[in-house]
Design a protein around this ligand. Structure first.
Ligand code: ARG
Length: 510
């Protein structure tokens, strides 16, 4: 975290991501875009100008955690049974063959074979074409199977890998309206609360990707748009209370109560303590209870955010090189690095990395699954993942937090730092004076174009959050930037809204 207005009193050696590049000192005029950036002159390698995320550990300090297992294989002699067949020498001379006709026969056979092959090829191509393109429904992604539209989200698994039933529920907007995919309207529809209950709610949460035990309840809100189609309880439900799939909801137009289901699969986004706005050193625990320190050999490497008791969201570049879950320890509920020195922390069982591209920094998000769940307290709590339909736009106020460097190439912070920054729209951020087209849909820019306040090395993976509807939402994960807190070089964050489907898919899978 870099905030030129204040410094933490103590600092520790920053093991976060370092960047070798020399840059002019941060210069922070009042505001606006500043042309004429001398930094760009004479650079051969554009990528090298950016703080591309690569952990700066001297490799010898971090030998790979697994010691190589030397398997001693007993050499086995492969016995190949060679049968020597002796062809008896022919005592008879073959009947005379007319040389010309032999050639003709050969040509004919070759032509016939080629023709047959062509015909077979055409048939195969036609079959494939009609298999793929004549699918009058939806293609299962993993397999080449065609499933009719009406079979999608009907509660019966038709795709061998189950994707027809995998993402049938989602949460919409900042009040968590439940939506179900309707195979009739082929659209997402709100759910009428008539006949709804906690059991159905838990099932819906499980299908979204949350564990059953984080379920925090459902409530209802009155719907103004009662004429709109909604998903209503199937009649069969009253006669069969043991329905275990989404088959209980069908499309309807009447919702007697005129109320819709809003669903909390986890009690997220709440914090405690009054924050000193504009301050930098976080003074009490529980203000940013989702912030974790991700460490290797008791050294802080990256930040992360708690999204469920089992899952930490971080940056993919943090785990690029250190992809072995056993290398990592997660510390939750602490303010200072010294407290963590003697704490136990949580071990990691699984690391899932999105399709990260280290040259462009595309898709810089990863998930860590813990071996045992975090115990939720007022200092250890999840942040809310954004819901579909939530758009965070510039110049929305956000907060970044972390133990990263206090200045460019400086040392990491002993105490958790926070800074208030604003979202910057992609067009502005892609301006040639800023990041000149490097910002894609998987990224969000946030900071101050004037410079002076930014995240920095070691903050990576940590949260960029905003408050909405009195809850805190995870807008981004700290990813990259040119230098730290330079004018026109704001921080770049992974766009969490963009990754939602991927995140839920992983939480369902592991
Ligand atoms: N890549 C850095 C890390 O690994 C984060 C850099 C953020 N930079 C910035 N200027 N906002 O810690």
């Amino acid at each position: 975290m870099n905030n030129n207005t204040m410094y933490a009193n103590a600092s520790h050696v920053n093991h976060g991501f370092q960047h070798e590049e020399r840059r002019p000192p941060p210069y922070a005029p009042s505001s606006g875009l500043y042309p004429a950036l001398p930094q760009y002159h004479g650079h051969q390698n554009v990528a090298s100008q950016y703080q591309i995320a690569s952990p700066s550990y001297p490799s010898e300090r971090y030998p790979t955690a697994q010691t190589q297992n030397l398997h001693h294989y007993t050499p086995q002699t492969a016995s190949v049974n060679t049968h020597h067949t002796t062809t008896p020498a022919s005592h008879y001379s073959s009947p005379p063959v007319h040389k010309g006709s032999k050639k003709k026969t050969c040509t004919c056979i070759t032509i016939a074979i080629i023709t047959l092959l062509i015909i077979a090829g055409v048939i195969a191509a036609l079959l494939w074409y009609f298999g793929v393109f004549s699918c009058n429904g939806r293609q299962c992604k993993a397999d080449n199977i065609c499933v009719s539209h009406s079979q999608w989200c009907d509660g019966v698994q038709d795709c061998p890998s189950g994707e027809d039933e995998a993402q049938c529920f989602r949460l919409y907007g900042s009040n968590f309206l439940l939506q179900k995919y309707s195979n009739e309207s082929r659209n997402w529809e709100l759910v009428c609360s008539d006949g709804w209950n906690d059991e159905l709610a838990k099932q819906a949460c499980e299908q979204i990707g949350y564990p059953r035990n984080t379920y925090a309840g459902y409530s209802v809100i009155s719907s103004r748009a009662s004429s709109n189609s909604v998903m209503v309880m199937a009649d069969s439900l009253s006669s069969n209370p043991n329905i275990t799939t989404q088959s209980f909801l069908t499309k309807g137009t009447t919702c007697a109560s005129n109320t819709l289901v809003t669903l909390k699969c986890i009690d997220c986004g709440k914090n405690i303590g009054s924050r000193i706005v504009g301050g930098t050193t976080v003074t009490s625990k529980g203000v940013w209870p989702w912030q974790v320190s991700l460490q290797i050999s008791r050294n802080h490497v990256c930040g992360g955010s708690i999204i469920t008791p089992y899952w930490i969201l971080t940056a993919a570049h943090c785990v690029e090189k250190y992809s072995n879950p056993r290398q990592w320890t997660v510390f939750a509920g602490y303010l200072t690095q010294s407290e963590m020195k003697y704490a136990t922390g949580n071990s990691v069982s699984q690391i899932v990395k999105n399709n990260f591209d280290s040259t462009t920094n595309e898709n810089d998000v990863a998930l860590m699954k813990l071996n045992s769940p975090l115990r939720m307290t007022s200092n250890v709590r999840p942040v809310c993942l954004p819901n579909v339909g939530m758009y965070f736009s510039a110049p929305r106020n956000c907060y970044i937090t972390g133990w990263g460097a206090l200045s460019f190439q400086g040392s990491g912070s002993e105490t958790l730092q926070e800074a208030k920054i604003q979202l910057i729209d992609r067009t502005t951020c892609n301006n040639y004076q800023v990041y000149n087209g490097l910002i894609t849909n998987t990224m969000i820019c946030a900071g101050k174009l004037a410079g002076g306040v930014d995240s920095c090395q070691g903050d990576s993976g940590g949260p960029l959050v905003t408050q909405e509807n009195s809850l805190w939402w995870l807008v981004g994960d700290t990813s990259w930037g040119e230098g730290c807190a330079f004018r026109n070089k704001p921080g770049v964050y992974g766009n969490v809204t963009y990754f939602l489907d991927w995140i839920y898919q992983q939480m369902q899978k592991y």
